[in-house]
Design a protein around this ligand. Structure first.
Ligand code: PMP
Length: 285
């Protein structure tokens, strides 16, 4: 693979980052994942806008303009010949001379920026969509600023391991009796045709796919209710699904061992997936 590190394209084996990098020592960094379909970027602008917000919230300077960032994404797609897949982008607060909790002076310590591609042929035609996924619920033990897309992904990783150990595919996180979101996706239920998903706040990541899917749902005259829901309510729903840049819209068929309806993917998730893929392909850059 050809990757991008601090202004240069190079083979992945040659891309080296300091052991003092604050991303490595302190998870002091942010990231984005943009999907690629037909060799084009899905909702690049949404990801760029969220990236700028994440950087601002952490008082981190952007090392690159958003126009140049788009060019780097496109160049990596071209160099690695990606038709379907993802582009991972990470910006950390750079590598000072020594380990220190205090932020380094950004004029002296430039941030570190890395991008690489992940080739995933069949990303859109994912066979898992036909079966749907099973989720378990676990307590949400993450920090309080989940609206910032930081590289602190230890608890989400642990959640995926807990799901795997329980024979499930993923976990939904629960706080104060209500689902916040999935380990790496936003969570939805459907009841009586109504699409229900938690409202935006610092408690969840403001999914780029979530924003697009809710817009397409409203345009298709579907009813959307932004509010939190419990695992019990979800288990009694007609259907459920998750959204993220890499799964698009993925049906959920079982929650903590309870099958939703007849245990097969529902029509609302299928319709939303179809609209999402069609519309975002049309708008891809
Ligand atoms: N919530 C969390 C915790 C996530 O990690 C992600 C994906 N990174 C999402 C939601 C979905 O966001 P997006 O649609 O922008 O991929």
């Amino acid at each position: 693979r050809t990757v991008y590190l601090n202004g240069e394209y190079m083979p992945e084996g040659e891309a080296k980052v300091s052991i003092f990098d604050r991303g490595f020592l302190m998870a002091d960094g942010v990231y984005e994942v943009t999907s690629v379909l037909d060799g084009k970027l899905i909702d690049f602008e949404g990801h760029a806008v969220r990236l700028e917000r994440s950087l601002k919230e952490l008082d981190m300077a952007s090392p690159i303009s958003m126009d140049d960032l788009l060019e780097v994404h496109r160049e990596l797609v071209r160099l690695n010949d990606i038709n379907e897949g993802m582009i991972y982008l990470q910006i950390t607060r750079g590598a000072p001379d020594d380990r220190d909790f205090v932020f380094p002076d950004p004029a002296k310590v430039p941030s570190t920026i890395v991008l690489f591609t992940q080739n995933k042929p069949g990303l859109a035609d994912n066979p898992v969509v036909k079966k749907g996924i099973k989720v378990i619920s676990i307590p949400d033990e993450r920090w309080g600023r989940r609206d910032i897309k930081t590289v602190q992904l230890l608890y989400p990783s642990m959640g995926k391991m807990m799901a795997k150990a329980a024979g499930a595919d993923d976990a939904w996180l629960v706080e104060d009796g209500k689902v916040t979101e999935g380990t790496s996706n936003n969570a939805y239920i459907v009841k009586g045709g109504k699409i229900i998903t938690r409202e935006l706040s610092n408690d969840i990541l403001h999914g780029i796919t979530r924003k697009a899917v809710l817009r397409f749902a409203k345009e298709a005259q579907m009813v959307v209710e932004e509010r939190s829901f419990s695992i019990e309510e979800a288990q009694g729903a007609d259907e459920a699904f998750i959204t993220s840049a890499s799964t698009f819209v993925m049906p959920v068929v079982e929650i903590d061992g309870a099958k939703l309806g007849d245990g097969t993917p529902g029509p609302v998730a299928a319709r939303l997936r179809e609209i999402y893929l069609e519309e975002s392909r049309k708008a891809a850059v």
